[in-house]
Design a protein around this ligand. Structure first.
Ligand SMILES: [Zn+2]
Length: 306
């Protein structure tokens, strides 16, 4: 284990790239934000390399990426992505060749889940679920004190569980219908806001209006929260977690406007004892969770290599 070193964690979102230098204790020393290029895979990879190079110094010994993608951990591949142009790429090798540092990769929501579990809202829990509500809806599961990544490393895509048979078409490249994601994202909120408040409205304005007490905005967010609660109810029935943490840009901004209605529906759909035990809370690390978690994944890769 290389002790006195720092990691760069990179959280790749559908809208923003957040990169930061992080200690082993999860402290963010400095950070930068860039817009995610969505035009081509090459443009995206170039921007990710630039984000790392901007931050790297002598103490940085490893780099981790949280990708909004399904991951093949063994091969280090980004297999497919719903909201960014990244597919079928040996991502870990490509970044290792470009940056000459050990590279760790994970799904972005898994990374956020690991951060919240180690140093955020999930400290001292063994069984925890995270849902990151942003451009997409990411999910991660900590089970028996370990991140659950499934057989190939692609788990857990909780945003692509079906909550409405033959319902709304899913976002981006996902071919599914009625998944949780098209009902519970910043994109879904923007769509709903535009129907009521006109084409200039978006998710940010919706949250601002709700905070000012606008009953229509509060009702729209509550409806999104109830869909979120439907998904949570099923997750409680499957995993029986102690805690569900809700993060992501829109999830953090909308906060209790979503979580209050979500808890009501969760309580209707989930069975005891899970429904009576589980707590639904906001992420503590805010929008930094993804980059802190990506740094923890980086340290994991560094320790495995040394
Ligand atoms: Zn989907």
């Amino acid at each position: 284990m290389v002790k006195d070193s720092h990691a760069i964690g990179v959280d790749v979102g559908g809208t923003k790239i957040l990169a930061g230098v992080v200690t082993r204790e999860g402290e963010v020393l400095r950070r930068h934000e860039r817009t995610t290029p969505t035009g081509s895979q090459d443009a995206l990879l170039g921007e990710l390399e630039a984000a790392v190079r901007e931050l790297v110094d002598a103490k940085v010994t490893t780099v981790g990426f949280g990708l909004p993608s399904t991951i093949d951990q063994r091969a280090g591949r980004a297999v497919a992505s719903v909201n960014i142009p990244l597919a079928n790429l040996a991502f870990r090798d490509r970044m290792h060749d470009a940056l000459r540092l050990p590279v760790g990769i994970d799904n972005d929501a898994n990374a956020a889940g690991i951060a919240e579990w180690k140093v955020g809202a999930g400290r001292r829990t063994a069984d925890m679920i995270i849902l990151t509500v942003g451009t997409g809806l990411g999910g991660g599961v900590i089970l028996n004190g370990k991140p659950m990544r499934g057989g190939s490393g692609a788990g857990a895509e909780l945003g692509h569980t079906v909550i409405v048979h033959d319902g709304r078409p899913c976002q981006g490249t996902c071919t599914g219908r009625g998944h949780l994601e098209p009902y519970v994202t910043g994109v879904a909120a923007t769509n709903a806001a535009r129907e009521v408040f006109g084409p200039a409205a978006d998710a940010h304005r919706l949250v601002r209006l709700a905070r000012e007490g606008d009953a229509t905005a509060i009702a729209i967010l509550a409806e999104i929260g109830r869909y979120l609660g439907s998904g949570m109810g099923s997750l409680v029935n499957i995993f029986d977690p102690e805690l569900i943490v809700v993060g992501g840009g829109f999830g953090v901004a909308a906060g209790e406007f979503l979580l209050g209605p979500a808890r009501e529906i969760l309580h209707r759909e989930a069975l005891p004892p899970g429904r009576d035990k589980v707590r639904v809370v906001q992420a503590e690390l805010g929008t930094a969770a993804g980059l802190i978690g990506a740094a923890f994944v980086a340290f994991e890769a560094l320790d495995a290599a040394s």
